[in-house]
Design a protein around this ligand. Structure first.
Ligand SMILES: [Zn+2]
Length: 441
């Protein structure tokens, strides 16, 4: 998914909060960061390997009931469920369920809806390690179900077939990771490991399951791009993956798409309510295009420009500065004065920031290596100032519960007001680095 390089912690409650609460939360911003650091690291559970291997082997032979009985006889407690066709996954589930944040019935249904066979389950479990096998089963069931039920546009069928094969053969693995502080990400594709990494702590937070599934689709798209290995720009790499993810949501739960273009995630205490992807109207247009349609190429190009612009403006935010200004704003006497102050200061900052071409205001370091990200780029202080003020307004509106207004502000200040300049960012060396990857659109 969108791997944000900024450290914005919009720790405002997604629920409606009062002006006073918003002020209170602003004051708590700095302590929040300290608390997050103190979070204890989870210790990986030790797994009895021999038991696991025994169950895997038994599963492959379809001997689940017998295997369970045998283990029960040796004093190990194994839940024996009625054996069904895809219930070969049950022993694996029972072994690793503590480390797997999704419910039994959910995984069972995904496998059932994907028409996953017992033999396929056996292969997957044999080709993946530990709890990674459960994630592999989930991802495999998901792509099979997506194909079975037409949950993505037709042009993704090759992607779905290849993803299923790579998961089954263990060519993509699933690994637990703690994703760096401030980047609250559920899944992440790591090219060097050929692995989809997941953060179990993030996944334990409540999140709409369709969003979670769409994140898996996004990462599988990166794996697919990686598999094909041709030259591609970073912005294209992400544009394609976000489009695939949005296409999936468009088919399964379109109301999860929204009107904001690629706005940063909002982190809320309970997890994520929204992830910001392509707007629904543009996805519906793209969903009807074939991979060979020139309209799709233009669409991706547009998306790349938006992506780089939003990354630049949101990614430039200085978190310490943001916290200081949040306190300043919250000390103003009334909400109206605060709003006015915010809007006026954005306008003033914009006039300054737009005096020079955007491209000239971003200095990028050695970004020629594949996989380098925007973190090697340094926006000018004018851009940082503008980005920080806009973020402050968005957080303010979001905190008040004016979600529509927050989205409008994001579209307006992060995109609309920069029309005509955003394409300056395309192919900016270091920022939009080339990668040896390509794939579907
Ligand atoms: Zn991505």
């Amino acid at each position: 998914m969108f791997n944000p390089i900024n450290y914005i912690r919009t720790n405002v409650n997604q629920a409606r909060v009062s002006w006073r609460e918003w002020r209170e939360q602003s004051r708590q911003l700095s302590t929040h960061n300290d608390l997050a650091k103190a979070k204890a690291k989870k210790i990986a559970r030790k797994i009895d390997v021999s038991r696991r291997e025994f169950m895997v082997a038994a599963g492959k032979l379809g001997m689940i009931a017998t295997a369970s009985a045998l283990l029960a006889g040796t004093g190990l407690y194994v839940i024996v469920r009625e054996k069904e066709q895809n219930d070969v996954f049950v022993p694996t589930f029972d072994l690793y369920k503590e480390d797997f944040p999704f419910p039994f019935t959910y995984l069972k249904n995904v496998l059932k809806d994907g028409k996953v066979t017992g033999e396929e389950v056996g292969q997957i479990v044999a080709n993946h390690q530990g709890v990674g096998g459960l994630y592999a089963l989930l991802a495999f069931g998901l792509v099979k179900r997506t194909g079975e039920q037409g949950e993505m546009s037709v042009r993704y069928s090759e992607f779905l077939d290849l993803s299923a094969r790579m998961i089954k053969e263990g060519k993509i693995s699933f690994q637990s990771t703690t994703i760096e502080e401030g980047n609250a990400i559920d899944f992440l594709y790591r090219i060097e490991k050929k692995a989809i990494c997941y953060d179990p702590d993030i996944l334990r937070k409540p999140q709409n399951i369709r969003i979670t599934e769409s994140s898996i689709i996004h990462e599988l798209t990166h794996a697919f791009q990686d598999y094909h290995r041709r030259a591609i720009r970073w912005s294209q790499f992400e544009a394609e993956a976000h489009l695939a993810q949005s296409d999936f949501l468009f088919h399964v739960q379109p109301d999860l798409l929204h009107l904001t273009h690629w706005l940063q995630l909002y982190q809320i205490p309970e997890g994520f309510k929204y992830k910001f992807m392509f707007p629904r109207t543009t996805v519906s247009y793209a969903a009807g295009l074939s991979g060979a349609d020139p309209g799709l190429g233009k669409f991706i190009e547009q998306a790349r420009g938006n992506y780089l612009l939003i990354r630049t403006l949101q990614g430039s935010v200085d978190p310490r500065d943001l916290a200081i200004r949040q306190r300043q704003i919250s000390s103003l006497s009334t909400p109206k004065a605060a709003y006015q102050e915010l809007v006026e200061s954005i306008e003033a900052a914009r006039r300054i920031a737009q005096k020079k071409p955007l491209r000239e205001q971003i200095a990028c370091g050695s970004g020629s290596q594949a996989g380098d990200r925007l973190s090697t780029c340094y926006p000018a202080s004018e851009i940082i100032d503008y980005g920080t003020r806009v973020q402050l307004l968005i957080m303010y509106l979001w905190g008040k519960g004016d979600f529509g207004e927050a989205r409008n502000a994001a579209n307006d200040y992060l995109l609309n007001r920069w029309q005509g300049v955003k394409h300056n960012l395309l192919d900016l060396p270091g920022m939009d680095v080339g990668m040896n990857l390509t794939g579907i659109k």
